[in-house]
Design a protein around this ligand. Sequence first.
Ligand SMILES: [Zn+2]
Length: 450
Amino acid sequence: MIRRSGLIILLMSCWLGAVNSYAAEVHNVRVWIAPDHARLVFDLSAAVQHKLFTLKKPDRIVLDVADATLLSDLQAVDLTNSPVSLMRSGSRNGGKDLRIVLDLKEQVKPKSFVLKPNDQYGNRLVVDLYRDVAPEAPQKSAVATADDPATLRDIVIAIDAGHGGEDPGAIGPGRVKEKTVVLAIAQELNELLKKERGFQPRLTRDGDYYISLRSRTERARKMNADMFVSIHADGFQDHRARGASVWVLSPRGASSEMGRWLAQKENSADLIGGVGGVSLEDKDDVLAKVLLDMSMTASRSDSRDIARSIHRNMSKFAKMHKTQVEQAGFVVLKSPDIPSILVETGFITNHDEAAKLKSKAYQQKMAQAIFAGIKAHFSAKPPALTWLAWQKEGRGAVKAAPSSYKVVSGDSLSVIANRNGVSLSALLKANGLGNADTIMVGQVLKIPAS
Ligand SMILES: [Zn+2]
């Protein structure tokens, strides 16, 4: 009985298939929201040809997919916080092609491309909708004097949680994903650094969305970061593999990257740190190479120093993969001017380590070890004109605490109060502000004596 009805269903679906056969089916739609863009991913049964164009009044995006049909319910897709108000579909060419229309709430720059299958997903069509967001204001260039602590800057730490969105990273037992675990550790580290006077942490991503490897280092550069730390968890087919590790850029990776920067000198104006904002564009090849080499050598030596310090702290409680810092040509480590390290927090494919990495307590321990390593390095070797350098030179002891503070992008009243060691209510009172008042970048606040 059961068998016979199964046969009927099978025959029916063959018959339906014969009437309407498409090269591809769209069987699912996923949305990832990042601060500067939204990504729509259409899961497909096969590769497709597509065309994207925009229409005005009202603003909308049209996606034509050749020889395809829609099996997914567009109404069910959660568009909260996306620039899209409504997604609808229709057909073209006598029902042969699929048309998807995105009605927009705001103007965006769309970009579309296809992705080949990977371990987790099949063929995909991706539509990125970029919002118009103002770039973050650089803070390193602020005019500072060593005598006025109010003008001293914080040390900016770029914290990079690996993977995200479409890219889950390594996957462990119980489908625990690297992207989730490393984001949690990154957020813990962010909290620890926020509480530490003299530091200003920034996350390259603070949600479940994908950022390309190069744009992670670009973000660090835009933040004027003093250091970049990328957080990962390893994966391996052999589930016995275990151990945490700390990585810096290999000499080979460094020299190939130097070649890349020299080949595109026009982009090198972005370089900070050792090259000190000096453009390589108008320098002859030899001088450009010398400048870049100096910068990269300095930042690699700092990277090794920070990495060793983190390795030491992690080895106090975690099983380490190797007894020292390791080297590789990872793309995210390739900033020639920003000391960069990569932390593999353990093997997520290993049962014991996955269980630990999933737990809040262990994530906090890991973040604490990275934090301690960063703090040890910068306390011993603070960059010039930072609050930490001023403190180290002993001037913090004889001079009063800063009496004013200039608001920078990303600040909040509670963060400013915390960093200056005063209570939020005292800070509000000193400036005649209410709890609900907002502050603006560039605004100068009075810091009361604590
Ligand atoms: Zn990873």
